[in-house]
Design a protein around this ligand. Structure first.
Ligand code: FES
Ligand code: FE2
Length: 373
Protein backbone atom coordinates (compact mmCIF):
# COMPACT_ATOMS: atom_id res chain seq x y z
CA UNK A 1 0.00 0.00 0.00
CA UNK A 2 1.31 3.49 -0.80
CA UNK A 3 1.62 6.06 1.95
CA UNK A 4 -1.34 7.95 0.50
CA UNK A 5 -3.75 5.03 0.71
CA UNK A 6 -2.41 4.15 4.17
CA UNK A 7 -3.22 7.60 5.48
CA UNK A 8 -6.69 7.51 3.90
CA UNK A 9 -7.43 4.16 5.52
CA UNK A 10 -6.22 5.49 8.86
CA UNK A 11 -8.40 8.60 8.53
CA UNK A 12 -11.44 6.51 7.61
CA UNK A 13 -10.94 4.48 10.77
CA UNK A 14 -10.61 7.68 12.78
CA UNK A 15 -13.77 9.10 11.18
CA UNK A 16 -15.66 5.95 12.12
CA UNK A 17 -14.39 6.23 15.71
CA UNK A 18 -15.47 9.86 16.05
CA UNK A 19 -18.86 9.29 14.39
CA UNK A 20 -19.65 6.38 16.68
CA UNK A 21 -19.20 8.38 19.89
CA UNK A 22 -22.40 8.73 21.92
CA UNK A 23 -24.28 11.95 21.07
CA UNK A 24 -23.63 13.44 24.51
CA UNK A 25 -19.87 13.06 23.91
CA UNK A 26 -19.89 14.52 20.39
CA UNK A 27 -16.52 15.79 19.20
CA UNK A 28 -15.20 17.78 16.26
CA UNK A 29 -12.89 16.23 13.68
CA UNK A 30 -9.10 16.13 14.10
CA UNK A 31 -7.07 18.72 12.20
CA UNK A 32 -5.86 16.31 9.53
CA UNK A 33 -9.35 16.01 8.00
CA UNK A 34 -9.04 19.64 6.91
CA UNK A 35 -5.49 19.44 5.58
CA UNK A 36 -4.85 15.98 4.12
CA UNK A 37 -4.59 15.97 0.30
CA UNK A 38 -5.29 12.22 0.29
CA UNK A 39 -8.50 12.61 2.27
CA UNK A 40 -9.47 15.43 -0.07
CA UNK A 41 -9.06 13.12 -3.07
CA UNK A 42 -11.38 10.65 -1.38
CA UNK A 43 -13.96 13.42 -0.87
CA UNK A 44 -13.80 14.45 -4.52
CA UNK A 45 -14.30 10.88 -5.68
CA UNK A 46 -17.14 10.03 -3.29
CA UNK A 47 -19.10 13.25 -3.58
CA UNK A 48 -19.75 12.50 -7.26
CA UNK A 49 -22.31 10.05 -5.93
CA UNK A 50 -24.25 12.78 -4.10
CA UNK A 51 -26.57 15.58 -5.06
CA UNK A 52 -24.60 18.79 -5.02
CA UNK A 53 -25.94 22.29 -5.42
CA UNK A 54 -24.50 24.25 -8.35
CA UNK A 55 -26.74 27.27 -8.75
CA UNK A 56 -30.14 28.92 -8.53
CA UNK A 57 -32.82 28.86 -11.22
CA UNK A 58 -32.90 32.67 -11.09
CA UNK A 59 -29.57 32.66 -12.96
CA UNK A 60 -31.15 31.10 -16.04
CA UNK A 61 -34.63 32.58 -16.32
CA UNK A 62 -34.80 33.23 -20.08
CA UNK A 63 -34.37 30.83 -22.99
CA UNK A 64 -30.69 30.88 -23.94
CA UNK A 65 -29.43 31.97 -20.50
CA UNK A 66 -26.35 29.98 -19.56
CA UNK A 67 -23.81 29.73 -16.76
CA UNK A 68 -20.54 27.85 -17.05
CA UNK A 69 -19.29 26.48 -13.77
CA UNK A 70 -17.18 23.74 -12.26
CA UNK A 71 -17.88 21.01 -9.73
CA UNK A 72 -15.39 18.43 -8.41
CA UNK A 73 -13.27 18.99 -11.51
CA UNK A 74 -16.19 18.60 -13.97
CA UNK A 75 -16.92 21.52 -16.27
CA UNK A 76 -20.66 22.16 -16.33
CA UNK A 77 -22.89 24.26 -18.55
CA UNK A 78 -26.19 25.20 -16.93
CA UNK A 79 -28.50 26.31 -19.71
CA UNK A 80 -32.14 27.28 -20.24
CA UNK A 81 -32.95 25.76 -23.62
CA UNK A 82 -34.83 27.30 -26.54
CA UNK A 83 -37.59 24.92 -25.36
CA UNK A 84 -37.48 26.56 -21.86
CA UNK A 85 -36.11 23.34 -20.36
CA UNK A 86 -33.32 23.62 -17.82
CA UNK A 87 -30.36 21.34 -18.55
CA UNK A 88 -26.95 20.73 -17.10
CA UNK A 89 -24.61 19.82 -19.95
CA UNK A 90 -21.00 18.80 -19.93
CA UNK A 91 -19.01 21.90 -20.83
CA UNK A 92 -16.35 19.75 -22.48
CA UNK A 93 -16.27 19.91 -26.27
CA UNK A 94 -16.76 16.57 -28.03
CA UNK A 95 -13.98 17.39 -30.49
CA UNK A 96 -10.79 17.44 -28.41
CA UNK A 97 -12.16 18.27 -25.01
CA UNK A 98 -11.76 22.01 -24.55
CA UNK A 99 -14.20 24.18 -22.59
CA UNK A 100 -17.16 25.16 -24.79
CA UNK A 101 -18.55 28.18 -22.96
CA UNK A 102 -17.05 30.55 -20.41
CA UNK A 103 -18.73 32.80 -17.86
CA UNK A 104 -22.43 33.53 -18.15
CA UNK A 105 -24.66 35.08 -20.80
CA UNK A 106 -27.45 34.47 -23.24
CA UNK A 107 -27.01 32.67 -26.55
CA UNK A 108 -28.85 30.12 -28.65
CA UNK A 109 -25.52 28.77 -29.87
CA UNK A 110 -22.52 27.68 -27.79
CA UNK A 111 -19.36 27.86 -29.87
CA UNK A 112 -16.12 26.27 -28.73
CA UNK A 113 -13.47 28.89 -29.48
CA UNK A 114 -10.77 26.30 -30.22
CA UNK A 115 -12.02 25.02 -33.64
CA UNK A 116 -15.53 26.49 -33.71
CA UNK A 117 -17.58 23.38 -33.14
CA UNK A 118 -20.95 24.85 -32.22
CA UNK A 119 -23.78 23.41 -30.13
CA UNK A 120 -27.42 24.37 -29.62
CA UNK A 121 -28.99 24.94 -26.20
CA UNK A 122 -29.91 21.26 -25.96
CA UNK A 123 -26.30 20.24 -26.45
CA UNK A 124 -26.68 19.01 -30.06
CA UNK A 125 -23.71 19.69 -32.32
CA UNK A 126 -24.88 21.93 -35.18
CA UNK A 127 -21.65 23.19 -36.78
CA UNK A 128 -18.31 21.39 -37.16
CA UNK A 129 -16.11 23.06 -39.81
CA UNK A 130 -14.73 20.73 -42.51
CA UNK A 131 -15.91 17.62 -40.72
CA UNK A 132 -18.35 16.70 -43.52
CA UNK A 133 -15.25 15.95 -45.60
CA UNK A 134 -14.73 12.94 -43.36
CA UNK A 135 -17.28 10.30 -44.44
CA UNK A 136 -17.41 8.47 -41.12
CA UNK A 137 -18.27 11.63 -39.19
CA UNK A 138 -21.79 11.99 -37.77
CA UNK A 139 -22.79 15.09 -35.80
CA UNK A 140 -25.38 13.04 -33.95
CA UNK A 141 -22.58 11.15 -32.18
CA UNK A 142 -21.13 14.36 -30.78
CA UNK A 143 -23.80 15.90 -28.54
CA UNK A 144 -22.76 17.31 -25.17
CA UNK A 145 -23.75 14.77 -22.50
CA UNK A 146 -26.26 15.82 -19.86
CA UNK A 147 -25.91 15.45 -16.12
CA UNK A 148 -28.84 14.45 -13.98
CA UNK A 149 -30.32 17.42 -12.15
CA UNK A 150 -33.14 18.33 -9.78
CA UNK A 151 -34.49 21.68 -8.68
CA UNK A 152 -35.47 21.97 -5.03
CA UNK A 153 -37.10 25.24 -3.93
CA UNK A 154 -35.21 27.20 -6.57
CA UNK A 155 -31.79 25.63 -6.04
CA UNK A 156 -30.30 23.54 -8.81
CA UNK A 157 -28.64 20.26 -7.82
CA UNK A 158 -26.53 17.93 -9.93
CA UNK A 159 -25.63 14.29 -9.36
CA UNK A 160 -22.47 13.67 -11.35
CA UNK A 161 -22.49 9.87 -11.27
CA UNK A 162 -26.22 9.63 -11.99
CA UNK A 163 -26.83 6.99 -9.31
CA UNK A 164 -28.15 8.96 -6.32
CA UNK A 165 -31.67 8.38 -4.99
CA UNK A 166 -34.16 11.15 -5.88
CA UNK A 167 -33.32 14.33 -3.97
CA UNK A 168 -36.90 15.52 -3.45
CA UNK A 169 -37.70 12.33 -1.52
CA UNK A 170 -34.67 12.80 0.72
CA UNK A 171 -35.71 16.37 1.58
CA UNK A 172 -39.38 15.80 2.40
CA UNK A 173 -38.81 16.42 6.11
CA UNK A 174 -37.08 19.71 5.38
CA UNK A 175 -39.94 20.77 3.09
CA UNK A 176 -42.20 20.84 6.11
CA UNK A 177 -39.80 23.12 8.02
CA UNK A 178 -39.47 25.70 5.25
CA UNK A 179 -42.90 25.51 3.55
CA UNK A 180 -44.43 28.66 5.05
CA UNK A 181 -41.43 30.77 4.09
CA UNK A 182 -42.15 29.85 0.44
CA UNK A 183 -38.52 29.61 -0.65
CA UNK A 184 -39.44 28.60 -4.20
CA UNK A 185 -41.32 31.90 -4.70
CA UNK A 186 -38.37 34.04 -3.68
CA UNK A 187 -36.51 35.85 -6.44
CA UNK A 188 -32.78 35.79 -6.91
CA UNK A 189 -31.76 39.41 -6.23
CA UNK A 190 -28.02 39.08 -5.68
CA UNK A 191 -25.25 36.62 -6.59
CA UNK A 192 -21.49 36.79 -6.26
CA UNK A 193 -18.59 34.34 -6.55
CA UNK A 194 -15.75 34.51 -4.05
CA UNK A 195 -13.01 32.27 -2.71
CA UNK A 196 -12.16 31.88 0.97
CA UNK A 197 -8.96 30.48 2.40
CA UNK A 198 -10.33 27.49 4.26
CA UNK A 199 -11.37 23.89 3.80
CA UNK A 200 -14.92 23.58 2.46
CA UNK A 201 -16.01 21.53 5.48
CA UNK A 202 -14.93 24.27 7.87
CA UNK A 203 -17.24 26.73 6.11
CA UNK A 204 -20.14 24.28 6.14
CA UNK A 205 -19.64 23.78 9.87
CA UNK A 206 -19.24 27.48 10.55
CA UNK A 207 -22.48 28.37 8.78
CA UNK A 208 -24.36 25.62 10.54
CA UNK A 209 -23.53 26.46 14.14
CA UNK A 210 -24.97 29.28 16.20
CA UNK A 211 -22.36 28.93 18.93
CA UNK A 212 -20.14 31.64 17.43
CA UNK A 213 -22.89 34.18 16.65
CA UNK A 214 -22.54 36.26 19.81
CA UNK A 215 -18.78 35.76 20.15
CA UNK A 216 -17.63 36.45 16.60
CA UNK A 217 -20.43 38.78 15.44
CA UNK A 218 -21.02 41.08 18.43
CA UNK A 219 -22.25 44.00 16.31
CA UNK A 220 -23.62 42.35 13.17
CA UNK A 221 -25.56 39.23 14.20
CA UNK A 222 -25.60 39.14 17.99
CA UNK A 223 -28.22 41.94 18.16
CA UNK A 224 -30.47 39.96 15.77
CA UNK A 225 -29.85 36.25 16.44
CA UNK A 226 -27.85 35.79 19.66
CA UNK A 227 -26.30 32.42 20.48
CA UNK A 228 -28.46 31.92 23.56
CA UNK A 229 -31.66 31.75 21.46
CA UNK A 230 -30.48 29.08 18.97
CA UNK A 231 -32.56 25.87 18.82
CA UNK A 232 -31.53 22.73 16.98
CA UNK A 233 -33.84 21.72 14.14
CA UNK A 234 -35.16 18.19 13.71
CA UNK A 235 -32.82 16.92 11.00
CA UNK A 236 -32.64 14.12 8.45
CA UNK A 237 -30.01 12.03 6.69
CA UNK A 238 -29.69 14.59 3.90
CA UNK A 239 -29.82 17.82 5.89
CA UNK A 240 -29.31 19.46 9.24
CA UNK A 241 -30.05 22.83 10.77
CA UNK A 242 -31.08 25.05 13.63
CA UNK A 243 -33.52 27.85 14.24
CA UNK A 244 -31.88 31.21 14.88
CA UNK A 245 -34.47 32.99 17.02
CA UNK A 246 -34.65 36.77 16.87
CA UNK A 247 -33.88 38.87 19.91
CA UNK A 248 -37.25 40.30 21.04
CA UNK A 249 -35.57 43.71 21.25
CA UNK A 250 -34.85 43.62 17.49
CA UNK A 251 -37.55 45.18 15.24
CA UNK A 252 -39.87 42.70 13.42
CA UNK A 253 -38.28 41.47 10.18
CA UNK A 254 -41.25 41.97 7.85
CA UNK A 255 -42.95 42.20 5.49
CA UNK A 256 -44.10 38.71 6.38
CA UNK A 257 -45.64 36.11 4.12
CA UNK A 258 -49.19 35.65 5.39
CA UNK A 259 -48.64 31.92 5.92
CA UNK A 260 -45.95 32.41 8.55
CA UNK A 261 -46.98 31.45 12.07
CA UNK A 262 -46.08 33.64 15.03
CA UNK A 263 -43.19 31.31 15.87
CA UNK A 264 -41.96 31.34 12.26
CA UNK A 265 -42.01 35.15 12.22
CA UNK A 266 -39.52 35.09 15.05
CA UNK A 267 -36.77 32.85 13.71
CA UNK A 268 -34.66 32.06 10.67
CA UNK A 269 -34.37 28.39 9.81
CA UNK A 270 -30.65 27.88 9.16
CA UNK A 271 -30.20 24.70 7.19
CA UNK A 272 -27.52 22.84 5.35
CA UNK A 273 -28.22 20.29 2.64
CA UNK A 274 -25.31 17.86 2.64
CA UNK A 275 -22.73 18.34 1.40
CA UNK A 276 -22.54 21.82 -0.08
CA UNK A 277 -25.56 24.12 0.26
CA UNK A 278 -26.06 26.26 3.36
CA UNK A 279 -29.03 28.56 3.76
CA UNK A 280 -30.11 31.19 6.27
CA UNK A 281 -33.78 31.79 5.59
CA UNK A 282 -34.86 34.97 7.30
CA UNK A 283 -38.48 36.07 7.15
CA UNK A 284 -37.65 38.78 4.61
CA UNK A 285 -34.58 37.56 2.70
CA UNK A 286 -32.70 34.29 2.17
CA UNK A 287 -28.93 34.11 2.25
CA UNK A 288 -27.39 31.06 0.64
CA UNK A 289 -23.89 29.77 -0.04
CA UNK A 290 -23.03 27.09 -2.55
CA UNK A 291 -19.66 25.62 -1.62
CA UNK A 292 -17.20 24.01 -3.97
CA UNK A 293 -14.02 22.45 -2.61
CA UNK A 294 -10.87 23.83 -4.23
CA UNK A 295 -7.93 21.98 -2.77
CA UNK A 296 -7.70 21.32 0.96
CA UNK A 297 -7.40 24.96 1.99
CA UNK A 298 -9.65 26.89 -0.36
CA UNK A 299 -13.37 26.94 -0.99
CA UNK A 300 -15.10 28.56 -3.93
CA UNK A 301 -18.38 30.10 -2.91
CA UNK A 302 -21.34 31.21 -4.97
CA UNK A 303 -23.30 33.24 -2.44
CA UNK A 304 -26.57 34.90 -3.10
CA UNK A 305 -29.70 36.45 -1.71
CA UNK A 306 -33.32 35.75 -2.61
CA UNK A 307 -36.21 38.00 -1.65
CA UNK A 308 -39.99 38.18 -1.75
CA UNK A 309 -39.91 40.78 -4.53
CA UNK A 310 -38.14 40.80 -7.88
CA UNK A 311 -36.37 44.06 -7.01
CA UNK A 312 -32.59 43.65 -6.99
CA UNK A 313 -32.02 47.43 -6.99
CA UNK A 314 -34.22 48.17 -3.99
CA UNK A 315 -32.69 49.79 -0.88
CA UNK A 316 -33.88 46.86 1.24
CA UNK A 317 -31.78 44.47 -0.86
CA UNK A 318 -28.73 46.73 -0.64
CA UNK A 319 -29.13 46.96 3.12
CA UNK A 320 -29.43 43.19 3.50
CA UNK A 321 -26.48 42.46 1.18
CA UNK A 322 -24.38 44.94 3.17
CA UNK A 323 -25.30 43.18 6.41
CA UNK A 324 -24.28 39.86 4.83
CA UNK A 325 -20.99 41.36 3.62
CA UNK A 326 -20.25 42.59 7.12
CA UNK A 327 -20.73 39.26 8.92
CA UNK A 328 -19.24 37.30 6.01
CA UNK A 329 -16.04 39.33 6.41
CA UNK A 330 -15.94 38.33 10.08
CA UNK A 331 -16.42 34.66 9.23
CA UNK A 332 -13.94 34.75 6.36
CA UNK A 333 -11.19 36.20 8.56
CA UNK A 334 -11.80 33.70 11.36
CA UNK A 335 -11.91 30.73 8.98
CA UNK A 336 -8.58 31.83 7.49
CA UNK A 337 -6.93 31.71 10.93
CA UNK A 338 -8.66 28.38 11.60
CA UNK A 339 -7.11 26.91 8.46
CA UNK A 340 -3.67 28.13 9.49
CA UNK A 341 -4.03 26.70 12.98
CA UNK A 342 -5.25 23.35 11.65
CA UNK A 343 -1.86 22.72 10.07
CA UNK A 344 -0.85 21.54 13.54
CA UNK A 345 0.05 17.88 14.14
CA UNK A 346 -1.36 18.34 17.61
CA UNK A 347 -5.16 18.68 17.47
CA UNK A 348 -7.26 15.55 17.66
CA UNK A 349 -10.65 17.28 17.72
CA UNK A 350 -12.42 18.75 20.73
CA UNK A 351 -15.76 18.52 22.54
CA UNK A 352 -18.70 20.07 20.71
CA UNK A 353 -21.12 22.44 22.44
CA UNK A 354 -24.68 21.18 23.16
CA UNK A 355 -27.01 20.38 20.27
CA UNK A 356 -28.75 23.76 20.11
CA UNK A 357 -25.37 25.39 19.44
CA UNK A 358 -23.27 22.83 17.57
CA UNK A 359 -25.57 19.85 16.96
CA UNK A 360 -25.58 20.45 13.18
CA UNK A 361 -21.80 19.90 13.13
CA UNK A 362 -22.36 16.53 14.75
CA UNK A 363 -24.96 15.68 12.09
CA UNK A 364 -22.46 16.73 9.41
CA UNK A 365 -19.72 14.50 10.84
CA UNK A 366 -22.13 11.57 10.82
CA UNK A 367 -23.03 12.39 7.22
CA UNK A 368 -19.33 12.45 6.30
CA UNK A 369 -18.94 9.04 7.85
CA UNK A 370 -21.87 7.67 5.81
CA UNK A 371 -20.58 9.29 2.64
CA UNK A 372 -16.86 8.58 2.94
CA UNK A 373 -16.40 5.85 5.52
S1 FES B 1 -11.93 21.28 -28.87
FE1 FES B 1 -13.76 22.33 -29.27
S2 FES B 1 -13.75 22.67 -31.37
FE2 FES B 1 -11.90 21.58 -31.03
FE1 FE2 C 1 -20.71 33.55 11.26
Amino acid sequence: MSNGSTSVERLKVRLAEVASLPDESARSLPAEFYTSPEFHELELARLRGHWMCVGHVGEVREAGDFVATELLGEQLLIVRGADEELRVLSNVCRHRGNQVAEGAGNSMRMRCAYHHWTYDTGGALVVAPHMDERPTFDKADCSLPQFRHEVWNGWLFVNLDGQAAALATQLQGLDAVVANYHPADRYLVFLEEVEWQCNWKALFENFMEGYHLSALHPETLHPITPTRLCKKMVSGDAWTGYHAYYDPAYPPRGPFHEDLTEDERNNSPMYGIFPNLVVGMATNFTLFMILRPHGVDKVRIRWGVTGLQDAPESPAVTEYVNLCRAFNAEDEAKLATLQIALRTKNFDGGPLAPDDYEGPIWDFIKFLHRALG
